[in-house]
Write a new protein. Structure first.
Length: 667
């Protein structure tokens, strides 16, 4: 497959961008994006904005995980939960509880804690990954305190099309996938299968061995992820569409042991020997858009999502026995069902008005082996309205407002001594209002200016309210939603019809933030609406096609996060500065070379001040088309074998390579 450079385009105008002169070749071609799965404010969105990573871009640098694909964007930082071996991101300082993840507009985050391990979500069958920052559409639903992430699937454009790959990662990892689509008159089908397996990851040769890790191949770092996706659709008219989809993800992974030297970290003397024999997710969904006439339409999303995982804690690094007091087998068996309805009307001149209703029921079921199952059930409802008001040809106003309410239906407690299950005291329903407005002005043909203000909320998760945190915490069923007011001013300019420059200033003010308060009772903490904080920063992006076959892209992010309530407690996992630059060169038509470098400043790894150092990575990729239907990709990541970490005690992969054979139908 020819690798074409997908330039990062306009800064976040949340779907309002209409750049004319900087479209890449890929954005001019018909898109394979399943547009029914998008969540956008205006239908005039440029489909390759600064907030989108396309499949072409992900393939060009072999970004097989959603987290690593998102890390290519400014304002997004790659993070990790080392003790759980989970890959995550932060968007302008907000974590995944505050920036929920969707698949074709349908929520896929885990019901219990609101997080999701983005390493389990591979990119092989995706058309694009979108991120909204701060000013995200009301149509996403509740809990988008700091934005939203939407994984958008594919849709076939031809009578028959296919693509796939077979590849090797280092000497002990393999990947393969195939996507097949067919468009048959008014019907279409799209299917995909992918498999990713790695026995282990390789550590940097600069790693100094510890008592729990001798270096070389990282112990207990294996992973296997398999995914099947299928979608069938019907387009009876040009403006109406109906689709049924199914996704089955099956994963398993090891959990590498802590290798740090922080004396305050309990894992230093009491390491965890964990494995996840299954991390499985199954999704069924129906999405439709019915157009009644040129001015009125009705959109529906209905879904059922099932999530099962098992966590095994072992006695020691042999991972063979479970006899110690800290050994256990924890089982989650969750499901979610719900839907959203959206009515769109353009009956009022100059207005594009949307009314939305969301309903979601989360069911969490947990138990340790040989213990009874505890049940937790939450219902969440949203009613919202959003409008795109075109004052004139240059000035657009986008207001939105929603009312959100969450009610706990069931919550069960378990006494491990008496072996008795009882109900938690009932808690009152929690509600919140969200409101936002965006102002966008076209200064001239090459310059745009935007300003947005949004007040958003996030409901406390089941874990926030009911978890004992292994005996160290007191539940708090009456937690209220945390709040954030997000401000942004952004500017886009096209200079000399070649250089695209975007920048944005952002500021977020948080209140009622849900934080752990220590010693509420002797030796025990509790989650409370205790915190006030502010996040502020700047993002900038420059794209310069130096020559017809040579292009340069750089993006920059700077962010400061201040804990106003208690400045001595540090916010973790996000670097103050992140810079990423990419140089792409095509010496001949069939060959594409990419050099990429990324710098991250140091970041706090613990709230009490332990940091991980800054790091700079250099990566190189090449792709050559060998026949009409085949190409070969190869790449080397972390060329200088840097020993670096996102979380103290959990080193990232050292130098590693991949070789991939790609096959595809003719253009």
């Amino acid at each position: 497959m020819k690798l074409k450079f997908i330039a990062f385009l306009l800064f976040p105008l949340i779907g309002f961008s209409q750049q004319k002169n900087t479209a890449t070749i890929d954005s001019i071609k018909p898109s394979n994006i399943f547009m029914l799965g998008e969540v956008i404010i205006t239908n005039h969105q440029n489909k390759d904005t600064l907030n989108r990573v396309t499949s072409k871009k992900m393939e060009s640098q072999n970004k097989t995980e959603v987290s690593k694909a998102l890390n290519m964007l400014p304002g997004v930082s790659l993070t990790a939960s080392g003790p759980r071996n989970e890959s995550m991101v932060s968007v302008r300082g907000f974590d995944l509880r505050q920036v929920p993840v969707y698949m074709d507009g349908i929520p896929v985050y885990v019901p219990y804690d609101g997080y999701v391990d983005l390493a389990r979500f591979t990119t092989f069958d995706l058309a694009a990954v979108d991120v909204s920052k701060g000013f995200s559409s009301v149509l996403y639903g509740p809990n988008s305190l700091g934005g939203a992430i939407n994984l958008v699937s594919r849709k076939p454009l031809k009578k028959l099309e296919y693509d796939g790959s077979l590849g090797m990662i280092n000497e002990n990892g393999y990947q393969g996938n195939i996507n097949i689509g067919a468009k048959l008159n008014k019907f279409y089908v799209q299917g995909g299968f992918s498999y990713l397996d790695r026995n282990s990851t390789r550590m940097s040769s600069n790693f100094i061995p510890t008592a729990n890790e001798n270096g070389g191949q990282r112990d207990n770092s294996y992973r296997t992820d398999q995914k099947i996706s299928f979608k069938i659709g019907w387009t009876p008219t040009e403006k109406s569409e109906y689709a049924i989809g199914y996704i089955n993800q099956q994963g398993e992974k090891g959990n590498p042991v802590y290798t740090g030297n922080d004396p305050l970290n309990t894992l230093l003397l009491k390491p965890r020997f964990w494995q996840w024999p299954n991390w499985d997710k199954e999704s069924f969904y129906f999405i439709s858009n019915s157009s009644f006439d040129d001015k009125n339409s009705f959109k529906t999303r209905l879904y059922f999502d099932r999530f099962k995982n098992t966590l095994d804690s072992y006695d020691d690094a042999s991972y063979s026995t479970q006899t110690k007091p800290y050994a256990f087998e924890s089982i989650y068996n969750d499901y979610t069902f719900g839907g959203n309805l959206e009515y769109n009307t353009k009956f009022i001149p100059k207005n594009d008005l949307k009314l939305a209703f969301h309903f979601k029921e989360d069911v969490h079921r947990e138990n340790n082996l040989r213990e009874p199952v505890r049940h937790f059930v939450d219902n969440t409802v949203l009613v919202g309205i959003e409008d795109v008001y075109k004052v004139n040809s240059k000035f657009t106003v986008i207001p939105g407002v929603s009312y959100n309410i969450r009610k706990n239906i069931e919550a069960e407690d378990y006494n491990s001594t008496t072996k008795v299950i009882s109900d938690y005291p009932s808690a009152e329903a929690s509600d919140a209002f969200n409101a936002q407005i965006g102002l966008f002005y076209q200064l001239n043909e090459t310059q745009k200016l935007g300003a947005t203000v949004s007040q958003k909320t996030r409901f406390a998760t089941i874990k926030d309210r009911y978890s004992y945190r292994m005996g160290t915490a007191i539940p708090n069923p009456d937690l209220k939603p945390e709040k954030a007011t997000n401000y942004e001013v952004n500017y886009t300019a096209n200079i000399f019809d070649k250089i695209t420059f975007q920048t944005a200033l952002f500021y977020s003010e948080l209140s009622d933030a849900i934080l752990s308060v220590s010693n509420v009772e002797p030796g025990k903490s509790q989650m409370q609406n205790f915190g006030k904080a502010e996040y502020k920063g700047i993002e900038a992006q420059l794209n310069y096609p130096i020559l017809e076959n040579l292009s340069f892209n750089v993006n920059y992010t700077y962010i400061e996060r201040k804990n106003i309530t208690n400045p001595t407690i540090h916010f973790t996992d996000v670097p103050n500065t992140k810079v990423m630059g990419t140089l792409e060169y095509s010496p001949i038509k069939i060959l594409r070379l990419i050099a990429n470098s990324e710098f991250n400043s140091s970041r706090f790894s613990t709230s009490y001040g332990v940091r991980v150092p800054d790091y700079t990575l250099l990566n190189f990729y090449a792709s050559g088309k060998i026949t009409k239907n085949f190409s070969v990709d190869a790449g080397l990541n972390n060329i200088f074998d840097k020993n670096y970490s996102l979380v103290e005690g959990y080193p990232e992969e050292g130098r590693n390579f991949f070789v991939t054979l790609r096959f595809f139908s003719s253009n």
